[in-house]
Design a binder for this molecule. Structure first.
Ligand SMILES: Nc1ncnc2c1ncn2[C@@H]1O[C@H](COP(=O)(O)OP(=O)(O)OP(=O)(O)O)[C@@H](O)[C@H]1O
Length: 263
């Protein structure tokens, strides 16, 4: 994991995540190029951009699941991390009950096979209540609707009690009521001073609820306050850049345009 590599300089004190000329991707194929900047502690940031613009790749870099091709991605060493991947990456056929799925959020404290204490069972019950899934404890996860599964996954994040929360497209194929409830949890986490990073496609949601935004199109297009980043002009630039992207281009060409609003 980048954040535990003793050869790398530590994350700046006010930052939860710091990128320095980060280029990342798969094999020899880069999906994000030359990202520099930092996310301050306690911020709520939406990562936006067209399909294939590198949003999930960036989140995977932050988790340490993907190592940079060049540059660095550093996470504060004292920040515990909770990560919710896209639902499409989850195996719903895994034979588990809702309560087991949520209790997985405690694995750091208890280990995967550790016995759960009364306080753990309380934490899981509280989390299920908070996401509106009281009474679903023994339901097999493959019997849940998409929205109910997302609520259960948010309950797992709740019990993780992490300083840094990364959510990859948590509102995909979810109804409006569920989105409202999940947004409420995200705002609550932000209010508690946690750093929250969410990949979001719905720009109305971003404008309404996210103070900060990072707009990607294989490279950073804009980063800063949402009002300055999610503008028609920037969205058009992102689309144009993404559509003009040459998959066979050398992966390390410098960014041709300045990035506005980078911290
Ligand atoms: N495991 C992988 N192996 C090879 N290429 C990948 C892999 N995952 C993603 N890519 C490629 O990296 C690029 C960026 O993908 P990424 O999933 O990060 O984009 P995204 O912005 O999250 O897209 P979307 O909005 O469609 O979810 C795409 O060209 C994609 O095909």
């Amino acid at each position: 994991m980048p954040r535990t590599d003793p050869k790398k300089p530590p994350c700046p004190a006010d930052a939860c995540i710091a990128f320095e000329d980060l280029t990342a991707g798969y094999g020899s194929h880069a999906a994000i190029h030359h990202l520099s900047g930092k996310l301050e502690r306690g911020t709520l940031t939406a990562v936006v951009g067209p399909n294939g613009s590198g949003k999930s790749t960036l989140v995977k870099c932050i988790t340490g699941l993907l190592a940079p091709m060049s540059g660095t991605c550093r996470v504060a060493t004292d920040a515990s991390l909770a990560y919710l991947p896209q639902q499409s990456e989850l195996d719903r056929s895994f034979p588990a009950r809702v309560v087991d799925l949520v209790a997985l959020g405690l694995w750091r404290e208890r280990g995967l096979l550790g016995r759960h204490r009364a306080e753990d069972r309380r934490a899981v019950a509280d989390a299920l209540r908070a996401v509106g899934l009281e009474g679903f404890e023994t339901r097999p996860i493959d019997s849940l609707s998409g929205g109910q599964l997302q609520r259960a996954l948010f309950a797992r994040v709740l019990v993780q009690d992490a300083d840094l929360i990364l959510l990859d497209e948590p509102f995909n194929a979810i109804d409006e009521k569920t989105i409202r409830d999940l947004i409420g949890l995200i705002l609550h986490w932000h209010g508690e001073g946690r750093t929250v990073v969410v990949v979001v496609h719905d720009l109305d949601l971003v404008r309404a609820h996210f103070p900060q935004a990072l707009l990607l199109a294989r490279r950073p297009i804009a980063w800063g306050s949402t009002a300055e980043v999610v503008t028609p002009d920037n969205m058009r630039r992102a689309r144009q850049f993404q559509e003009a992207w040459d998959e066979k281009a050398p992966w390390c060409e410098p960014s041709p345009a300045p990035v506005r609003g980078v911290a």
